[in-house]
Structures are given as structure tokens and as C-alpha cells.
Design a protein around this ligand. Structure first.
Ligand code: T4K
Length: 386
């Protein structure tokens, strides 16, 4: 039992967990069903290059999200890069700094300058007013990120994009299965980009996709994903290799069958955290409300300014207990080396991002986490703070 500071591993006690407890533990669906599909793939001797499993996976995802097209990819970052290129973005593109580094990297990697806009400190999503301030004649697009699976301010961003004639797409890496206005994330903007990385609520080992209702854009993205091939020996577009392999598609098909159970389990875990963390002074848990769907995959805690200990001390204490909590997305993309050097003054323009970056801790979640583990994790935080 962890009741006081003396019970903490940082003070010499035995760690609460003998094995590490990870934030990004993959959810793995029905093993039997997966293994059966593995045999099918091996027997078919068709392993990649738009095989039948990838085709089926794309159809299932498009149906699930209610979009016309899903183009599956080897990962979310390549999917972002291809979407950005297919939309012919150039010059400057406005993005939040408060996101995984891939959002900005996908631009910078292609010679486009990511312009960082500040966030709303309550939702952690990009602030449309900040976006307006960042528009210049060089702006060609805006990438909204649905952080923690909560929809970015879609209508406000669309209005800005329309007003200025720039393109809007979404990084929906966190938002598989989320809704906005009751509509599944996937059909907003010109396209949306998903990640099916192992650490996401829904995974294909590694993987990603661009989803869109735009026929022409989908066709271009399909070509770009496979070197620009339109049939044997017929290259009609510049392209790269962004293909998803059959093994990844069958992981996706299998995991799709249990995703609703995963979400229900995550929601129960989130509620258990809310109960166990309630009353710990200076600690607040981000909530997702009951109106929109959210995978409840991210257990995001904020250590308030008036808390007796700071965020980093709590993370050190958690790690000492073998609870490998994360400071996602510390220190903010703008403050990471490649971008710090590029924009030395960005810190001054992103006060909310700077504030949030100092407060956030992401805690373990997933189907293998038990209620008693949630209580122990919360007790460790309580003992640190009290
Ligand atoms: N946009 C956004 C908003 C994103 O969050 C991401 C990815 C992307 C774009 C790009 O999509 P991808 O190209 O990745 O498809 C992890 C993931 O690698 C990354 O996919 C994810 N976001 C990001 C939020 O988290 P790291 O550097 O934190 O990963 P790592 O190796 O530290 O693992 C995280 C935790 O998960 C660790 O505690 C270990 C645990 N883990 C990890 C793996 C891979 C497991 O328990 N099992 C595993 O198989 O980036």
C-alpha cells in the first residue's frame, strides 16, 4: 500500500511494479483469428503491393468511418507526407506545436516551413485565433490535429482556410473512432490522416492511411503510394513506396473486430482513474465528455501551477515505481532542436503551449491494465503530492 512519501521507491521503498508498466501497450485482438489470417496470407503467396487483405482492410475502414476512400499506408508519417504532396502544399503550412513531432517533420522533410500556432489551453487543440495571426502570403495550408482524439476546431479552421484560399487537412492519428457533431472523424477537410501504430488504440503493427471523400485526390494518393504506377510498366506520376503489407492489414482486420471492446475498456479505465485521482490537490484529469465518441486511449493528467510538487518530480517518482508515464509532447515541437534553431522566438509566441508542456503527464492505459493497478498508480501520485 502506498500511503505516504515514505512508501515511494524514490525514498528507498520497493517499487510498486516489478515489471515496467507502459503507456503505449498495444491492444491485440483475437489471436486465433489473426493466426488463421496469417496462414491465409502465407498460403496465398501474396505479401504486399495492394494485396487482397489490404483491399479488404481499406474497404472496412472506409465503411467504418463513412468516407468514400481509404488509402492504407506503411505508417502515419508517410501518409502525412504523401497527403501534403498530393495537395501540393508549399511555402508555409500552419500546424500546432503541441503534437507529436511527425506532424511538423512531414512538412519540413519536404522543404515546407511549419509555422507553429498556439493552442487552447483547455482542449490542447490548435487555437483558430492564433492560426489567423500566422497566415501570410506564403501560407498554402493548415494542418489541424485532433489531439487526444478530441476534434480540432474544424468549422473555425475551415472558415479560415476558405477565406484565405488555403488547403485544410487533419492529422487524425489520435482520433480513430472519434466523432465531431456525431459524425465520424475521417471526412473533414480535404483529407484526414490516420496512424495505426502499435501504440494507438487501433493498430496494424505499423500503419496509417489517408481517408477522403475526394475522388481525384484519392486517385493521386494511390498512385503516389506505389511509385506512380498505373498498371504494369506504366508510371504516370512521381511517387514513393508507402504501401501497407498484407500482415499489417490482417492485424487491422482482426483488431477492428475488437475495437469497440477496447474503447469500452479504455472508458472504464478512464472512469477508474477519475475516481482514484479525485481529491488529489493540484492534479486534474482531462475528460472527454459524453456527447462525442472518443477512444479514451489517452489518460492525460495536468499538474496545476499551484500543485506542491512539479510535474517532473512526479514523473521521476512514477518511473522509480516502474510506471513509465510520458510527458507527451514535451517540450513542444517548436522547442525541439531542428525547430528551435529555425525559430528562436517561437517560445514567446506560444505561451499556452509552453504552459501546457510543463504540466502534462500521460499515464498507462489499455486492455491489460487492471483496476488495482490504476489505484496504485494514482496512490503514487497522491503520495508525491500530499
Ligand atoms: N501524428 C500524431 C499526432 C502522432 O501521435 C503520430 C504518432 C503520428 C502523427 C505519426 O504516426 P506514425 O508514423 O507513428 O504511424 C510513439 C509512436 O511511435 C508514435 O506512433 C506515436 N504518434 C507517438 C505518440 O508515440 P514514441 O517515440 O513515444 O514511442 P516509444 O517507442 O517511446 O513507445 C511508447 C511507449 O509504448 C513506450 O512506453 C513503450 C510502449 N510500447 C511501444 C511499442 C512500439 C509497447 O509497449 N509496445 C510496442 O510495441 O512514439
Amino acid at each position: 500500500l502506498i500511503c505516504s512519501k515514505a512508501d515511494l521507491a524514490i525514498n528507498g521503498a520497493v517499487p510498486a511494479f516489478s515489471e515496467p508498466l507502459h503507456v503505449g501497450r498495444p491492444n491485440i485482438g483475437d489471436r486465433g483469428a489473426f493466426m488463421q489470417r496469417v496462414s491465409q496470407v502465407l498460403d496465398s503467396q501474396w505479401l504486399t503491393n495492394n494485396g487482397p487483405m489490404v483491399t479488404e482492410f481499406e474497404r472496412c475502414i472506409a465503411d467504418h468511418l463513412g468516407v468514400k476512400h481509404c488509402v492504407a499506408m506503411c505508417n502515419g508519417t508517410i501518409a502525412l507526407e504523401i497527403a501534403i504532396r498530393a495537395l501540393r502544399l508549399e511555402g508555409e503550412v500552419i500546424v500546432p506545436s503541441w503534437t507529436f513531432v511527425a506532424t511538423a517533420h512531414a512538412l519540413y522533410w519536404q522543404g515546407i516551413t511549419p509555422i507553429f500556432a498556439d493552442i487552447d489551453p483547455t482542449t490542447h487543440n490548435i487555437d483558430p485565433l492564433a492560426v489567423r495571426r500566422m497566415i501570410t502570403p506564403r501560407t498554402s495550408g493548415i494542418i489541424g490535429v485532433h489531439l487526444w482524439g478530441r476534434a480540432a476546431p474544424i468549422e473555425e479552421l475551415q472558415a479560415i482556410a476558405d477565406e484565405h484560399g488555403v488547403k485544410l487537412l487533419f492529422d487524425a492519428a489520435h482520433a480513430f473512432g472519434s466523432t465531431h457533431g456525431g459524425k465520424m472523424i475521417g471526412g473533414f477537410g480535404m483529407c484526414e490522416v490516420l496512424s495505426f501504430h502499435a501504440t494507438k488504440s487501433f493498430n496494424t503493427f505499423e500503419g496509417g492511411a489517408v481517408v477522403t471523400n475526394d475522388d481525384e485526390l484519392a486517385e493521386t494518393i494511390r498512385l503516389m503510394r506505389n511509385f506512380g504506377f498505373a498498371g504494369y510498366d506504366n508510371v504516370i506520376h512521381p511517387g514513393t513506396n508507402g504501401k501497407m503489407i498484407e500482415m499489417c492489414a490482417i492485424m487491422g482486420l482482426t483488431n477492428l473486430e475488437s475495437h469497440a471492446d477496447v474503447v469500452a475498456c479504455n472508458a472504464r479505465n478512464h472512469a477508474a482513474y477519475a475516481e482514484a485521482l479525485a481529491g488529489i490537490p493540484g492534479i486534474s484529469l482531462l475528460t472527454y465528455g459524453s456527447v462525442e465518441r472518443n477512444s479514451h486511449h489517452y489518460i492525460v493528467v495536468e499538474v496545476d501551477n499551484d500543485c506542491r510538487v512539479d510535474r517532473d518530480q512526479i514523473v521521476i517518482a512514477l518511473h522509480a515505481e516502474n510506471i513509465l508515464a510520458r510527458k507527451y509532447f514535451w517540450p513542444g515541437t517548436h522547442a525541439m532542436k531542428p525547430y528551435r534553431d529555425l525559430f528562436p522566438h517561437a517560445r514567446l509566441m506560444l505561451p499556452n503551449t509552453e504552459q501546457v508542456a510543463k504540466k502534462v503527464i500521460v499515464l498507462p492505459n489499455g486492455t491489460t491494465l487492471s483496476n488495482s493497478e490504476i489505484r496504485t498508480i494514482s496512490d503514487v501520485i497522491g503520495a508525491c503530492v500530499n
